[in-house]
Ligand binder design. Structure first.
Ligand code: ZN
Ligand code: ZN
Ligand code: ZN
Length: 432
């Protein structure tokens, strides 16, 4: 798959800051013990993030750590990590899981991202939520209330709170998910719908896919990493125009005035296409339809992916690009570029050392991927690495879509048949 990607201009880069609003702490299930403020701040700085969501502010122990490590910055109404004041700023965020019945359908499951302006508001939110469920069990707690009730109740606490459906398309826990979601924001949020200004597109969909749905034209599309470990910080991110203040972030999300978003290739997700993993059958939504939703090998119903789900909602052709929408930029994380160029595992210690060396020599990950002139890197970077970065910038990479639980593959250099088969096996490393 090849395309000629448009990159943000130097002017756009200079006018904007990079934010990753959705992450988790060490108190969330299946999260790295390294997800602590000092380490998150250090890695965030190497990546080039200017703002990071704290995640998990509903968790009493994490909240205690936030109060300990973070200092309120009156100039921005945001927070600074005391020991790294020149590092990324922090904004108070959390994710909750709602499991409820609505319209005669039980087991609706929706994840919601909450952004709050200050500690006082967070304390009121936590007091409210503590009456609905146990906040200590998980950094991402579960409640049996509807999207509508949560939204209306939170807005009674403060109208400065932002409520954003997280990873909107994932089959489970996405507001539009095929298994437990809804067919529209109105159906999910009812009277609270006017207060939903944005959705998070998630790793398995990108703005291009969402632009095909005219009903979402007035909804801001944000991208976040949903990181469970420091290495994954900023794998997706949102660039806002300056100033870096809470009020400006709030208004930008409300009005959709974003500079650009950084995207993962959605094909890498394990439910991008349709198919059957055991039958090794991977199909596009069109192919699935022409086969009557039955597997051509075993005849059983096919597992339907995110791409197909979006197609059901879409009233525009693939490739439609609306006017006045923020640029959508697809990148491959620098550590994955290094892993492919040096042919070593992206989870090895060697690759981490290499990553830190390059960053300390030239600048942040996002400067390397987006900003720096490759000519200036010629002295420091080997030719193959420069070639790889150029390919990533242009979007000239090879993508094999994931399906039915099988991760997709993104390769910068043309893969051989053999590499594709081993690549597929290695994909368990791409944990989302
Ligand atoms: Zn989630
Ligand atoms: Zn999450
Ligand atoms: Zn089959």
């Amino acid at each position: 798959m090849k395309k000629n990607q448009k990159l943000p201009s130097q002017d756009l880069l200079n006018k904007s800051f990079l934010a990753d609003l959705h992450i988790h702490s060490k108190y969330s299930r299946a999260c790295s013990k390294l997800m602590e403020i000092p380490f998150i701040a250090k890695i965030g700085k190497m990546k080039g993030l200017d703002l990071i969501g704290t995640g998990d502010f509903t968790h009493p122990l994490w909240y205690k750590e936030l109060k300990e490590f973070l200092e309120y910055d009156p100039d921005s109404d945001l927070f600074i990590y005391k020991d790294l004041p020149e590092g990324p700023k922090f904004i108070l965020t959390s994710e909750v899981s709602l499991i409820f019945s609505q319209n005669n359908k039980s087991n609706r499951r929706v994840h919601i991202l909450i952004i709050a302006p200050d500690f006082e508001t967070v304390e009121e939110i936590n007091l409210y939520l503590s009456k609905l469920g146990n906040l200590l069990i998980d950094g991402r707690p579960t409640f049996g209330i509807s999207c509508e009730k949560l939204t209306l109740d939170l807005l009674k606490i403060s109208d400065k709170i932002l409520i954003i459906p997280a990873h909107a398309w994932t089959p489970w826990y996405g507001v539009f998910g095929a298994f437990s979601g809804f067919d529209s924001l109105e159906e999910a949020f009812r009277d609270a719908t006017p207060f939903i200004y944005a959705i998070e597109t998630g790793l398995s969909s990108d703005p291009e896919m969402n632009w095909r749905i005219s009903k979402l034209d007035h909804i801001t599309l944000i991208s976040c990493s949903d990181s469970h470990s420091p290495a994954k910080l900023g794998r997706e991110a949102t660039a806002f125009f300056y100033p870096l203040t809470y009020e400006n972030i709030y208004n930008s999300i409300k009005t959709g005035n974003l500079a650009f978003t950084i995207e993962f290739y959605p094909e890498e997700g394990k439910y991008h296409y349709d198919g059957h993993r055991h039958c090794k059958v991977c199909l596009s939504p069109k192919e699935t339809r022409s086969l009557g939703y039955k597997c051509p090998k075993c005849g059983k119903p096919l597992t339907i992916g995110v791409s197909h789900r979006i197609e059901l909602f879409a009233d525009r052709e693939e490739g439609y690009i609306p006017e006045n929408k923020p640029l959508s930029v697809h990148l491959v994380p620098f550590i994955e570029i290094l892993a492919e160029v040096y042919n070593i595992s992206k989870n090895s210690k060697t690759i981490n050392k290499l990553y830190e060396q390059y960053i300390s020599l030239v600048g942040t990950e996002f400067e390397i991927l987006l900003k720096l002139d490759l000519k200036d890197l010629e002295k420091t970077f080997p030719e193959k690495l420069l070639e790889a970065i150029e390919k990533v910038r242009k979007g000239n990479v090879f993508v094999k879509p994931g399906y039915d639980g099988e991760y997709g593959v993104v390769k910068i250099f043309e893969p051989s048949e053999k590499e594709i088969s081993t690549g597929l096996k290695q994909q368990s490393l791409f944990s989302l």
